[in-house]
Design a protein around this ligand. Sequence first.
Ligand code: COA
Length: 225
Amino acid sequence: MQNQFEICIATSDHQNFAVIIAAEMESSAKARGTGIAKRTASYIAEKMLEGKAVIAFNKDGIWAGFCYIETWSHGQYVANSGLIVAPEFRKSGLAKAIKKKIFRLSRTTYPESKLFGLTTGLPVMKINSDLGYEPVTYSELTQDDAFWAGCKSCVNYEILLSKERKNCMCTAMLYDPKDHYEPEETKEDFKQHSKLYDRFMRIKQWKLLRPFLKKDLIKFFSFFN
Ligand SMILES: CC(C)(COP(=O)(O)OP(=O)(O)OC[C@H]1O[C@@H](n2cnc3c(N)ncnc32)[C@H](O)[C@@H]1OP(=O)(O)O)[C@@H](O)C(=O)NCCC(=O)NCCS
């Protein structure tokens, strides 16, 4: 997987790919036969312009994957939506790498926000849970009507309505930065910090031992005098 793809934050330079991405999202949803909120090419291009999207290419510059950020309830909630990997590049860890990148971008841009996702897909559940998301009931998600309006184009929308938005076919997952345990070892900068810490300890030990080393040397030389 490493070096096989270039994964970057999308910019205006990538707008030409919006049409391909929207088409792939639609055909993948049809192939799966499951519901998906429909995204237009212009909506995707807008996300690119806002710096709220991640795009991936293979080493020959062929478009390989995409995902974008949406905010709800005045920024209290953030969703990393529209994850898509081109069929020829699937099952090589690309979705995982894209989600990691957009997760970091979301955490940096909206450090106080809760991150959430709604999915029927096992790969996405696996990836989210590796990132620290936990399964929750729909009551824990944004109650912003604009978010739920996105489900209107989903084939399961009638089910969602019949359950009064409390339940549907998708599993809800949430990452709450204020209620989240992250082991030190999984933190990205742990290695960097531990290297700095090792260096700090070596300097400290050397400084502490130096006076004793000097004394011993003095004793050693005084023996010959
Ligand atoms: C879902 C999708 C993004 C996964 O992309 P991918 O690059 O193949 O995923 P990855 O290779 O990063 O795999 C991530 C994990 O899911 C697993 N996985 C991938 N495809 C899977 C499948 N079809 N069934 C079960 N598990 C699968 C992988 O083994 C990996 O698990 P691991 O961490 O335990 O090794 C891709 O299939 C896709 O674009 N599908 C159509 C759009 C879609 O469904 N988007 C999600 C909307 S919520």
